[in-house]
Design a protein around this ligand. Structure first.
Ligand code: SAM
Ligand code: SF4
Length: 322
């Protein structure tokens, strides 16, 4: 079992397989970064898997593959199969922008993936194109349909932005409800890479929009996840809200992150990280285990929102995988 320096049980690993992306979302990667991580610095699936196997053996029970856009990584289904074949009951999921799902959903399902989250910020083609800076909506909606057809469980993530898509909170909620999909609204998290002009909505403002149509009841946390569940009285539908500006977010934090070049990150809002790249490339699993233990020991108690309000993190979401 993995326990961090503050007594929290860590059983969730998020693995970013690439920082590259085919979208340029205003809140994440509005411009192509000055330089990408050189291809040769990326860990191969085999090397990433060496760490994942160790992490599973030590007590990781949930793994999310993310990015950048994870479906840009060639043959991602092979990576999914490696994890699934090692431990078929691992809670394995993927977060994607959905654009490449029409052609990859079937292979991912066959490789053992059971569920995924798709980021969907608008149902209006022009608004989706404004946020992602690309004409994306058709393929994303087709991707969601395809994923459901092949039997993948789908959740939707929406980041409401003031004056851009905040008038669509209810439309997206209805879209998801009608398809039996859970939607989670995520507060925009300020970070130095995002576009200067955008402003997010606080959780309570998001809930106000939903209360214009419905009576809602707060249920509680979705496991150890940062998402709070809410139920709509009129139809029983449940949705989630992730509001990291509240500090209770960290009390039950159960996660660590691994980037595509092998940085092990204990907290999204701290710049500290340690590299397991050399250890796994050399096949030195004891050294990787030592680094994992150190990262857990030093995992911060709380994120830094209170210190950096309205500035946010310097770490790019596309690097850490959100
Ligand atoms: N490209 C994939 C996607 O968009 O789903 C996976 C990576 S993306 C970094 C993971 C999640 O982080 C997405 O749901 C995205 O909406 C969210 N995200 C990115 N930047 C964010 C920000 N500044 N505030 C809140 N959520 C953000
Ligand atoms: Fe790409 Fe996802 Fe970031 Fe959008 S949120 S730019 S799709 S990594």
């Amino acid at each position: 079992m993995l326990i961090d320096g503050h007594g929290r049980r860590v059983n969730y690993l998020r693995v970013s397989v690439t920082e590259r992306c085919n979208f340029r979302c205003q809140y994440c990667m509005p411009e192509k970064p000055f330089s990408w991580v050189p291809q040769e610095n990326l860990l191969s699936f085999e090397d990433l898997f060496k760490f994942i196997r160790l992490a599973i053996d030590e007590g990781i029970e949930k793994i999310r593959i993310t990015g950048g856009e994870p479906l840009l990584r060639q043959d991602l289904d092979r990576f999914v199969a490696m994890i699934h074949d090692y431990k078929s009951d691992i809670d394995l999921a993927l977060t994607t922008n959905g654009y490449l799902l029409p052609e990859t959903a079937q292979k991912l399902r066959e490789a053992g993936l059971k569920r995924l989250n798709v980021s969907l910020d608008s149902l209006k083609p022009a608004v989706a194109a404004r946020i992602a800076q690309k004409n994306v909506l058709g393929k994303v909606l087709e991707g969601i349909e395809r994923a459901q057809e092949v039997g993948l469980g789908v959740k939707i993530n929406m980041v409401p932005l003031k004056g851009i898509n905040d008038d669509e909170i209810l439309d997206l909620l209805e879209y998801a409800r009608e398809r039996g999909i859970k939607i989670r609204f995520i507060e925009y998290m300020e970070n130095s890479h995002a576009s200067d002009e955008i402003r997010g909505l606080y959780g309570k403002e998001i809930l106000e929009r939903i209360k214009e149509r419905y009576t809602i009841h707060r249920l509680g946390r979705e496991g150890a996840s940062p998402s709070y569940n809410y139920r709509i009285e009129e139809n029983g539908y449940e949705f989630g809200l992730i509001d990291p500006h509240k500090h209770d977010f960290c009390e039950s934090c159960n996660r660590i992150r691994l980037t595509a070049e092998g940085h092990l990150i204990p907290c999204l809002y701290f710049d500290e990280a340690q590299s397991i790249a050399d250890a796994v490339r050399a096949g030195d699993i004891d050294a990787a285990a030592g680094i994992l233990a150190e990262v857990l020991r030093d995992k911060p108690k709380e994120n830094r929102w209170s210190e950096t309000e309205n500035e946010g993190s310097n770490r790019a979401f596309y690097e850490t995988g959100g």
